[in-house]
Design a protein around this ligand. Sequence first.
Ligand code: HEM
Length: 445
Amino acid sequence: MAAAVELRGPKRHLLAGNLPEFRRDRLGFLTTCAREHGDVVPLRFGVFRALFINHPDAIEQVLGNSRSFVKSFAYDMVRPVIANGLLLSEGDFWMRQRRLAQPAFQRARMGEAYTPIVVERTRRMLDAWTAGGVRDVHAEMMRLTSQVAGQAFFGADVSGAVDEVSRQLLVLTELLTKRLDSVLAFLPDRIPTPTNLRVHRAVKNLDAIIYLIIDQRRRSGVVQDDLLSRLLGARDEDGSGMSDRQLRDEVMTFYLAGHETTSLLLSWTLYLMAGHPAVQERLREEVTAQGDGPPTVADLVRLPYLDAVLCETLRLYPPAWGLGRKAVADCEVAGYRVPKGGSILFSQWVMHRDPRFFDDPDRFHPERWLDGLQKRLPRYAYFPFGGGQRICIGANFAMMEAAFVLIMLLQRFRFEPAPGFEVVLWPAFTLRPKTGVRLTVNQAA
Ligand code: HEM
């Protein structure tokens, strides 16, 4: 990485560069880099070089300029699965697909169409819970959010298939995460390692179901007001529609990008609430003051503390803990020259715990959000959903789903850490709890 002024980064190994330290403790390594080497840190992982930036203004230069920076090499690891879906496509094609999908995420639509799905699926899950036991709430939230995503975006008429997609997705997410952790992570996925072979099998299983869902909807001719119908109905200027392959990429992207991140927001919130009984009680009081019926969109504006708890959870445990971009031409970032093809990294985990922007940054303190902190912060000091044109399309959906599920959980149950349970952070593609989140679940009243 060229630089007008010589930049100094952490000490590196001759061949592996900074890879061993990064692999040993990704979050700790990046945090130390930022605190010890400042806002711009050159890193090398084997032959791969990247500039790690740690200032909101520098991040804005990158995320605010999606014409000059495209998704980085790190996304290549999920490319075999989501291919040319919205998360990875670029340029005019991406813009067209984004415009097509956007209406499915309008607030009004979410309230009407998705609330009953979230409420009903959550009710079914809670009816199966008994008070007094220990549960891995992370596993429960993974199941719940993948069912909700399937039904909300691809229709109730395929709910049997949706449950099967959920099951297959859980397998695939585990495998992809395992592959990321492997020393062979940077090898092309064509190489037939045992994990790669299993990934290909899981993708094949998923493809079979997803193509079936698409085929059924095409044949039925029924136009529903959901994401799948929107994508199916989209036409190019020459009148042609999206190919089955492109539809499959989009469907897979929405499932993968949408369900795990939201389940993590819920799991981390439950984990933090269980460890902070005063927060949990204040939240339960706010929630139950609205009554004990199923939540509605109208309730959400009357729940500022719930919103603060979710914001604080996304600050401390951002499901997307780091992002990367690649420069499409020579350019400058934070005063340093980045050559065409050069990579830039930045991390929500590191920025969200930066003492320059957050007092007592490691403390879970939802109250900090109640007096307009968000408006006072520089735009990219806090960016759990990314930013610029490529900002998460599902942010409102995720916040609404998480709020509804939490309201229903708090109405019925009280949470404590299970005896002897200690959380283990696992920063894979997303920030996961390695051994789940085991909580004791008791009756609320
Ligand atoms: C707490 C939950 C979520 C978090 C933390 C999250 C985070 C993010 C982030 C950081 C990005 C930007 C990635 C980048 O710039 O490289 C992103 C993009 C995206 N997210 Fe989310 N997400 C969440 C929920 C969802 C949901 C529920 C959906 C779908 C229903 C979704 C679908 C997408 C898609 C399709 C993109 C790509 C958008 C584009 O490039 O146009 N996400 N998400």
